[in-house]
Design a protein around this ligand. Structure first.
Ligand SMILES: [Zn+2]
Length: 186
């Protein structure tokens, strides 16, 4: 059974400044909710199961001699192609790149006019696939968001864990209060 979760982010908005003293006139709290569907691997639809299998296979291509943390990502394009990637580390640590970005950059470089409709992510460490989902880093979330905006089409994100999978209907759900091209005109 696919269950829905809501992840909440809490923010406080405050402050007017009067005579150099900060006075909290109208503090209020808002709640930003992120819908996420939770299910087992077997409950995924066929396309997403194939995509997750590809992401799992790609973990074995990771170059991760420093972290030993193998991550695979597989992007499903609107034309049915799957473009995959794995993390590629470097002795100069910041020169490496996460699996999600190697997959998305390869997809966008080779198919610059074809939207990415789904991205699956899997992790393998200590001799087994992770039981719980692995969540992408902030930089990868930003790149997912850019890909989504570039094609004006939501991209489903599937985070694989042996015990459960999380499915987000849009990359934007993983990055609330995000920064996109429109913000440059602010
Ligand atoms: Zn990342």
């Amino acid at each position: 059974m696919i269950k829905s979760l809501r992840i909440s982010f809490f923010f406080c908005t405050f402050a007017h400044q009067i005579d150099s003293n900060i006075i909290f006139l109208s503090m209020k709290q808002i709640i930003i909710k992120t819908p996420v569907s939770v299910c087992s691997f077997d409950e995924l639809d066929n396309d997403l199961r194939i995509l997750v299998e590809k992401a799992k296979a790609m973990t074995q291509n990771a170059y991760c001699p420093y972290s030993h943390f193998h991550v695979g990502a597989a992007a499903l394009l609107e034309n049915g192609q799957i473009v995959a990637g794995s993390n590629q580390e470097n002795a100069a640590y910041p020169s490496g790149l996460c699996a999600e970005r190697t997959a998305l950059f390869a997809a966008n470089a080779n198919y610059p006019h074809t939207p990415v409709v789904a991205l699956a992510i899997a992790c393998y460490a200590n001799g087994h696939f992770s039981k719980n989902i692995i969540s992408p880093c902030g930089a990868c979330r930003q790149v997912m968001l850019e890909t989504e905006h570039r094609f004006a089409k939501p991209m489903k994100i599937v985070l694989y864990g042996e015990d459960m999978c999380y499915i987000f209907d849009s990359a934007a759900d993983l990055l609330p209060l995000n920064f996109v091209a429109e913000n440059l005109q602010a």
